[in-house]
Design a protein around this ligand. Sequence first.
Ligand code: SF4
Ligand code: SF4
Length: 392
Amino acid sequence: MNPYSILAMRKAFELVKKRQKENIHKIPDLQERLMRLRKVREESVGNSQLMEKTVENLEDSGFNVVFAKEEEDAMEVILKEVEGEDIVVKSKSNVSKEIKLTERLESLGINVVETDIGDRLIQLLKEEPSHPTAPAAHLSLEQIIRELKERFNVELSSADDVVRFLLKDIKKSIELANVGITGANAISSEGSVLILHNEGNIFEILRRQKKWIILSGIDKLYPTLDDALNAIRIQTFFATGQVVPSFIEIVSGISKTVDIEKKLFKGVHNPKEITLILLDNKRSYLMNNGFREMFYCISCGNCVIHCPAHNTFGEEYKGGRLALFSALYGSKSNLKLCLSCRRCKENCPLGLDIAGMVSRVREGSEISNLVYSHLKWLVRNIYLETLTLYLS
Ligand code: SF4
Ligand code: SF4
C-alpha cells in the first residue's frame, strides 16, 4: 500500500472514531450489552447442542443447510448451485474471501459481481480490502477517479459520480443474475439468519435472485434473536460509529403461503431456494487447541482501526483480528510487524486478547520481533508524518 493510501486510510479511520465518540451516549446501556454479548459468545461458540437445535429449526423453515468441513466441500456445494450460470452477484462475506470464492468461480468463466459499493470498487481496481466493513478506506477520491479513468475511460469528478458509475454496473448485474451469494452476520437458534447492510443491496438480492446461497462460519450462532440483534447493534457501532444500520434483514425461511385450502406452497416470491453453508475449515480444531476466544469475534474491525502497525504498514500488516486470522490460515511472516502494544485488546468491545494470540503464533524470539517491529514502525512513521506535514 503506498503512503498516500495509508494517509487516506488513517483519515477514514479517524472519522469512524469521531462518530463513535459523538454517538456513544445514544447507547446508555452499552456496558451491559457488551457483558451480555461476551457471555453469550462464550456459551455459544462451539456449542454442538445449540448447533443441532439451530439446524433443525432452519430446516423446518425451508433452509437447505449444509455442513462443509473444508473449503473444497463448500466449493462443491456452490459449484452445484451455480451450474449453468455465467454471472452471480455477491455481497460482503468474509467466508467467501476465506475460500477465495471469486477467484475460483472466475477461473471457471463465471463473472462474480460484488454488490457493495466499496467491495465493487476494490474488485474493479484490483485492490486489497483495508478493513472488514470499510474495504476501500485506503483509497482517496482523487485516486479512485484517476484509476477508474485509466481503466474504464470515464470522466468522473465527484464521489456522487463514482457511486452512480458503480451502481449502474451493479444494478445491471443484479437484474441479470439468478444466484446471489452473501455472508451472514448472525444466526439465531430459533431459525433466523440476520444480515445487516446500509446500501440496500442485500434487499435487492433477496428480492430478485431465485437462488440465495449464504456462506457462514460455524461460529455465528446465537441462542435467541434478541442476542443476535444485540451483537449486530454492537458490531454496527464499533464498525461505523452508527447506532443502527440502515437495514437488518431477518430471514426465517423461504416465502410460503397456505392461502389455498390450507395447503402449503413454498417459494411464492424470490428467493425460492436458500442454501446455508456452515463452514468449519479448521474452526473446530482451533477452538479446541487454544484459539477458542478468537471465534467470539463479531468482525467489527475496531481492533484494525486502532492498530498502529496497520495504520503504518497498511496491507503489509492487516492489523488486529485480520492479522491473526490470516496467520492462522496462511503465512505467519508478517506477524513480526506486530508491536505487542495491546491496543487491539483495549479497543475490542469483547476484550479479546488478539495481541496475546499473535505473540503465541508468531515465530522467532519475542525480543527480536519487538526490536524489528518498533524500529521499522519508527522509521516508517517519521516518513509518514513528514509527508503529512508536506501535504498540509
Ligand atoms: S498488539 Fe499488534 S495487532 Fe494489536 S494493536 Fe498492537 S500492533 Fe496491532
Ligand atoms: S477482535 Fe474484537 S475488535 Fe477485533 S473485529 Fe473482533 S470483536 Fe471487533
